[in-house]
Ligand binder design. Structure first.
Ligand SMILES: [Zn+2]
Ligand SMILES: [Zn+2]
Length: 146
């Protein structure tokens, strides 16, 4: 089921309400920008797009909003490309797993329990403490192959 931007914003608002935090107009604007663009965006690109709506937006504001949205699992930070992708399933408890196309730069969020289980097993075997960053899998997406 494909949700439209308005429906996704409503879900985000409900999540914030549940956690007793507010989706302020600027937080909402940034989230809308990410929902509109199908590709992950860097903080700099987000700043540029935010300024189109609100010319006085400062870089620090964008960083603060991003860390808020990340904390509440509304966006995922992609460490390999310094970009942010909107979460596709913010209402579910999950660890972010993303497929990233090297050609069109689209990201697709997946939630594969087997992947999570394998990682948990590896972590246990190696007594390795995971920093809860997103799992990023690079390749070429279906529409770019075709
Ligand atoms: Zn997610
Ligand atoms: Zn692609």
């Amino acid at each position: 089921m494909q949700l439209n931007i308005q429906q996704r914003i409503e879900i985000a608002e409900a999540i914030c309400r549940k956690q007793s935090v507010k989706l302020t107009p600027l937080r909402k604007m940034l989230l809308e920008i990410l929902y509109e663009q199908a590709i992950p965006l860097t903080a700099y690109e987000l700043l540029r797009l935010m300024r189109e709506h609100n010319p006085k937006t400062e870089a620090m504001t964008v960083y603060r909003i991003l860390s808020f949205l990340e904390e509440h699992q509304l966006v995922h930070r992609l460490h390999s490309c310094q970009a942010y992708a909107a979460c596709n399933m913010p209402e579910h408890e999950h660890h972010a797993q993303l497929l990233l196309c090297e050609k069109c730069h689209r990201s697709e969020e997946i939630a594969t329990p087997a992947l999570k289980q394998s990682i948990d097993t590896i972590l246990k075997e190696h007594s390795f403490c995971f920093s809860r960053k997103s799992i990023e899998i690079f390749g070429i997406c279906q529409s770019c192959i075709a």
